[in-house]
Design a protein around this ligand. Structure first.
Ligand SMILES: Cc1cc2nc3c(=O)[nH]c(=O)nc-3n(C[C@H](O)[C@H](O)[C@H](O)COP(=O)(O)OP(=O)(O)OC[C@H]3O[C@@H](n4cnc5c(N)ncnc54)[C@H](O)[C@@H]3O)c2cc1C
Length: 407
């Protein structure tokens, strides 16, 4: 039975803390199934609110968020360190880009039209279980304290530090939204990984180009390594990539995005009490070997909404055990330098059909298909890592600010 609420600050079936990718996605799915009353606590302007960012993912056919999708691509390209490119067609999957502000508008307008759904601009101070559910204490921008009560709370606030891990790398990057003087891009092809950039002494680096028009694109420089760079170092790498490798000529940088995404084999708790659940990156939704999170968030949000509609509270693991085990091996093999990162990823795109590879990254392949993919990786170093991993302790990791994206 629903507990109705006409104003935030009272009681609803569900409270979602955090209005980022996972909070918005869960709110969207809950309003789609129409059952529970829901309050989304979104941080007000200030240090807790990340700047606008882009979320890319692949999906077949027409998607739920198509009206907010900024661009999409039917072909993907990877450039090896040797300069040779492989272009693949992952159909029926299509690569899509959402701008966070557009997604937020879409979800907020849907919440505004849904009876019993509210967005509350407030800072969540504490989240805790109570005798009949859970409560969230918040502070509104004008300094009022509110206590929200709910049957369940789904909390997406970033963790203060990541859980202990055997391997912890970071996917860290900076990207420019550029405009060129002449047409330089093919809007049909997204460059997923371009390994022609100079490689760091530890980890790997690649360029990433998402064309938005013949003369506009998001051009990024990304590393998988232990430590983020300074903004000046990213700028230097981006200048080299866009000028000397892409040959873009004069570019106008219209805006920039920067971020750090954890790549870790840590175990994330999905439930912190009988009625309090963690979602999003804080709940382990980031795929360790790639940093992709958005698609897993969609799968999990759909499952949570379907469960609640049927009177069950289920928060399924965002990634399966096999996927996590394989990612742990890859992270360790990359971190130890046992495999050549650019060669590894380029080889996969050259040897595995693109649709299967993307399904693999979504955890949607059979053991037989995964075995086939495994055979296309450097078997010796991977096996050595498989043997070693069970004996390695999970150690506390140094705190690293993930997710920030200064302009
Ligand atoms: C720049 C960038 C680009 C990315 N691009 C992609 C991509 O293309 N594809 C992909 O799959 N993944 C991508 N990721 C990884 C991942 O999808 C994103 O980090 C995603 O935003 C994670 O969703 P989330 O809900 O866990 O966290 P967030 O989206 O960061 O949401 C957490 C929310 O909690 C709020 N919050 C924090 N503290 C409080 C508080 N006390 N009270 C109230 N609210 C609070 C914040 O304001 C924030 O809105 C990207 C990450 C970054 C940083």
């Amino acid at each position: 039975m629903s507990r109705r609420s006409d104003a935030p600050g009272e009681t609803s079936d569900v409270v979602i803390v955090g209005g980022g990718a996972s909070g918005l996605s869960l709110a969207y799915r809950l309003t789609a199934t129409g059952s529970p009353t829901v309050t989304l606590v979104a941080a007000p302007d200030g240090s807790l609110l990340p700047p606008e960012r882009t979320w890319c993912y692949w999906e077949r056919g027409t998607g739920d968020f198509d009206e907010a999708v900024a661009a999409s691509w039917s072909r993907l390209r990877v450039h090896g360190a040797d300069g040779r490119a492989v272009t693949v067609d992952p159909s029926p999957l299509r690569y899509r880009m959402l701008r966070s502000a557009d997604f937020e508008r879409l979800v907020h307008s849907r919440l505004a039209r849904t009876p019993g759904a509210h967005v509350l601009r407030a800072t969540a101070d504490t989240v805790r279980d109570t005798a009949d559910g859970a409560e969230v204490r918040c502070t509104t921008p004008d300094g009022r304290t509110l206590t929200l009560r709910a049957r369940q709370v789904f909390d997406s606030r970033p963790l203060p530090s990541l859980p202990p891990a055997r391997t912890q790398l970071m996917q860290h990057f900076r990207g420019w939204f550029v405009r060129t003087d002449t047409d330089r891009f093919d809007p049909a092809i997204a460059d997923l990984m371009d390994f022609r950039v100079p490689q760091p002494s530890h980890g790997l680096a690649f360029g990433y180009v998402l064309p938005l028009a013949p003369d506009r694109a998001l051009v990024e420089y990304t590393e998988f390594s232990r430590t983020p760079l300074t903004t000046a170092e990213y700028e230097k790498a981006l200048t080299h990539y866009s000028r000397d490798i892409l040959g873009l000529g004069a570019v106008t940088v219209e805006s920039a995005e920067q971020g750090v995404i954890p790549m870790t084999d840590a175990r994330f708790a999905r439930r912190t009490g009988p009625a309090v659940f963690r979602i999003g990156t804080a709940g382990g939704a980031t795929r360790p070997a790639t940093g992709y999170t958005f698609a897993a968030v969609q799968r999990q949000s759909r499952a949570v909404a379907a469960g609640l509609r049927n009177g069950r509270v289920t928060v399924p693991a965002p990634h399966g055990r096999r996927a996590l085990a394989m990612d742990a091996v890859l992270l360790r093999a990359l971190d130890t330098g046992r495999i050549d990162g650019p060669g590894f990823f380029t080889g996969l795109f050259r040897r595995v059909p693109a649709e299967r590879l993307l399904r693999f990254l979504d955890g949607d392949t059979s053991p037989r298909e995964e075995w086939g993919i495994g055979l296309r990786t450097p078997i010796g170093p991977m096996l050595r890592t498989v043997v070693e991993l069970p004996f390695l302790p999970r150690r506390p990791q140094p705190a690293t600010r993930t997710g920030e994206s200064p302009r």
